[in-house]
Design a protein around this ligand. Structure first.
Ligand SMILES: [Fe+2]
Ligand SMILES: [Fe+2]
Length: 251
């Protein structure tokens, strides 16, 4: 299988690049800075948004942990490295939240995420939800919050994290090229429907809990937000060869 051999080489190179660029949370940004909150943003909304980022990073780390039991070889090493990186992102956010001095509130997203983690089918579903959907949401949210806050400390954190997340998106594409190769259409449709369900529950929980904060920081309205975000993910699914747009439109 030439494509499998080719993928192993590409994965090994990507793993090497990740390891050579490893960084420590204590040195990643200048921790002498203090968080800057715009006057118009309530402290509770500030804490809610960073808490949401923290939950997303925790889900990503936990999915990577699970994936290490479902795959082998260089791919297992890729997810080991990605888990380490996601745990570093958690560390950065925890340090930032500690400086905000405002504890994150419990969220019903935790319940949705535990169902996501409980997926029992093909590893491709977890790769799609993690390295396509979750990474895209993270990149969008970090960018939006960074722009709205104008906080130099958060900007440093977001830049550091986004570099890793962009590599995780590339990793996902590389893996999907191969693991989707022989997957029958009905299995793909089953995975698509499950991902859409998980995403929708997560998005609705986020809007329910953080609507005011999301509207203030990201400037979004609920329906437009849902439409735009899901359209982005469907476009990614089509681009990575998971399902054609014409089939997804009818599901
Ligand atoms: Fe991350
Ligand atoms: Fe990531």
């Amino acid at each position: 299988m030439p494509s499998m051999i080719h993928m192993q080489d590409r994965l090994t190179a990507l793993n090497k690049a990740a390891l050579s660029g490893a960084w420590a949370p204590a040195d990643a940004v200048d921790w002498r800075m203090t968080p800057r909150r715009p006057d118009w943003l309530l402290p509770g909304d500030f804490a809610a948004l960073t808490g949401q980022l923290l939950r997303g990073e925790t889900l990503a780390a936990d999915i990577c942990h699970r994936l290490q039991d479902l795959v082998k070889g260089a791919l297992r090493e890729s997810f080991r490295i990605q888990e380490e990186e996601e745990r570093r992102h958690i560390d950065l956010l925890n340090r930032y939240i500690e400086k905000l001095n405002c504890a994150a509130q419990p969220s019903r997203m935790t319940e949705v995420f535990s169902k996501t983690l409980g997926w029992q089918g093909d590893a491709a579903a977890l790769v799609l939800i993690n390295n396509v959907v979750l990474e895209a949401e993270a990149l969008t949210l970090y960018r939006a919050i960074e722009t709205a806050l104008g906080c130099p400390l958060f900007r440093g954190i977001a830049m550091r994290i986004s570099k890793d997340e962009a590599r995780h998106v590339r990793l996902g594409q590389m893996i999907l090229d191969t693991i989707l190769e022989n997957m029958p259409l009905d299995e793909r449709i089953g995975i698509f429907v499950w991902i859409r369900d998980q995403w929708r529950k997560t998005a609705l929980a986020a809007l329910d809990e953080y609507s005011a904060a999301l509207r203030a920081v990201c400037g979004i309205e609920d329906r437009a937000f849902l439409q735009a975000r899901w359209a982005t993910h469907q476009a990614s699914f089509s681009r990575c060869g998971f399902l054609p747009a014409s089939i997804m439109a009818g599901l």
